[in-house]
Design a protein around this ligand. Structure first.
Ligand code: SF4
Length: 489
């Protein structure tokens, strides 16, 4: 196996090469195809088909990770602040509240282990100017928020499509305004209008999913150097929208053909210098292209130990025998199915989690998906509650209780939300409501069916009550009162 084959091997879950280089592209293994193939199409996937398709594939194979201090992560924190701000009643959306939300969001990242306390000042200094600029761009308190981070899932010309709209506002005519925040540079429209096309697709999809007309669409660039560049209204003319909608089936068909051919071609261009393969790609090499000095994501054979093996690779630590470490039930889950074993030619434990962006679909379970975060949280909650009752943490009991919590969240979600999708925001909110309810109504200490049914009924009621209170707090039309003082006076 040559060095380049081994790079492919590094990117493959099973340790076998996931692709091999040819002069014109990369040849994919079945494993790689399973990771790269998109079950749902998106604007970013569609746009990627017009560039280097080999790069598109490799970016799916490289595990996604949060890079603290990167523009992408700063953008994530900014988006969280704006989402929370827009979810508040209008008068509460003040610069002071925004500053408090910035601190809250950074603290959340610190609790998650992504940042440390030392990052607080640097992150505040980078996020605050973006949020301040938003107060200059629009009257934040006057926004009539319809929804934030709204997922649109539908079929477009036979292609399953998914996307998340940053914000939808109700306009004065009762229609909707599509808003998207872009925290990077303002793009040069001479090289295409990917941002505008993204909003054109959403403007087409939203009426079909939400049954509400879209009147207008705006892009906000709070990092733009000049005030004039911070806002752009997107052309939603029939022709402009049709051009991008028509591109969806053609690009998806191309992707499916690529997967059938098990081959993704190179296409060199100015963006090669910012490609993970830039230090290894034969086409880039032939064109004399090197990774940009400002890009630190290039896969580097020296760093990976392929040209100059590091001691860690030459003499690896003996891996623990998983059979000694894991209970039988867990092992049975992690072992490959017969189909996997046949394809991979090994009888090993298959890694079951993928590292993709939270909103991306993966072959296995996406470790970064919101639903995965909720699942891990419910398991911890179940173990915590069993411990509190002195029942120990027998894994079967933890699993049963976590499953019950999950079932209850689905049941309540189906009553209060338009969607029961585990990726939807309501699931995260309801896991919080469940935690609140458990403080008031602990789980039963008996094994009587009647006790558990009664507890479930009470808990569901409490969760619905929490939803009602939260709704009233967020609904701008509900008058605000100084409730405690009013009650006591
Ligand atoms: S270096 Fe250029 S041609 Fe090679 S895979 Fe990356 S984008 Fe494609």
């Amino acid at each position: 196996m040559n060095q380049l084959d081994q790079v492919g091997g590094l990117l493959c879950h099973s340790g076998t090469p996931s692709f091999t280089f040819t002069d014109s592209g990369i040849e994919l293994t079945d494993t790689a195809i399973g990771v790269i193939r998109r079950k749902k199409w998106s604007v970013s996937a569609m746009k990627a088909q017009h560039g280097c398709r080999a790069r598109f594939g490799v970016e799916k194979l490289v595990p996604w990770r949060v890079v603290p201090h990167s523009p992408a992560h700063i953008g994530t924190v900014f988006h969280s602040v704006m989402e929370n701000l827009a979810g508040l009643p209008g008068p509460a959306r003040t610069p002071d509240k925004a500053a408090a939300l910035i601190t809250d969001m950074i603290r959340r990242e610190i609790r998650a282990g992504v940042l440390t306390d030392d990052d607080m000042v640097a992150y505040t200094d980078r996020v605050r100017p973006l949020v301040t600029r938003m107060f200059e761009i629009e009257n934040v308190a006057a926004i009539d928020t319809f929804a934030c981070e709204k997922w649109v899932n539908l079929t477009i010309s036979g292609v399953p499509f998914t996307g998340a709209v940053d914000r939808l506002d109700t306009t004065s005519t009762g229609g909707l305004k599509v808003v998207d925040y872009k925290t990077g540079k303002v793009p040069n429209l001479r090289f295409g209008d990917d941002h505008g096309d993204q909003l054109r697709v959403y403007a087409w999809a939203v009426p079909r999913v939400l049954k509400r007309e879209v009147d207008e669409a705006f892009l906000y660039y709070p990092a733009a150097p000049t005030r004039a560049d911070t806002v752009r209204q997107v052309d939603l003319s029939e022709d402009a929208v049709a051009r991008v909608i028509d591109d969806i089936p053609a690009t998806y068909a191309q992707h499916m053909k690529d997967m059938t051919d098990a081959f993704l071609p190179f296409e060199t261009g100015p963006l090669c210098a910012w490609c993970p393969l830039s230090a290894l790609c034969p086409a880039a090499h032939a064109a004399g292209i090197q990774p940009s000095e400002r890009y630190d994501g290039a896969l580097d054979p020296a760093q990976t130990g392929l040209l100059t093996p590091t001691p860690a690779i030459v003499t690896p630590e003996p891996a623990p025998n998983p059979d000694d470490e894991l209970p039988r039930q867990a092992l049975d889950r992690l072992r490959p199915t017969p189909a996997h074993t046949e394809r991979e030619g090994k009888d090993t434990i298959m890694p079951i989690f993928d590292e993709a962006k939270p909103w991306e679909e993966t072959r296995g379970v996406n470790a970064n998906a919101y639903s995965t975060a909720t699942a891990f949280g419910l398991i911890a909650l179940a173990a915590e509650k069993l411990h509190e009752q002195g029942q120990g943490a027998v894994m079967e009991d933890v699993e049963a209780l976590a499953g019950t919590f999950d079932w209850m969240i689905h049941a309540v979600a189906s009553k209060v939300s338009q969607t029961d999708d585990p990726e939807a925001g309501i699931h995260t909110r309801l896991s919080g409501a469940l935690r609140t309810s458990l403080l008031i109504h602990p789980i039963p200490t008996t094994f009587e069916v009647a006790d558990w049914k009664a507890w479930q009924k009470t808990t569901a009621k409490t969760m619905l009550t929490v939803c009602g209170i939260a709704y009233d707090m967020c609904d701008a039309k509900t008058p605000k009162t100084n409730a405690i003082i009013s009650y006591l006076s």
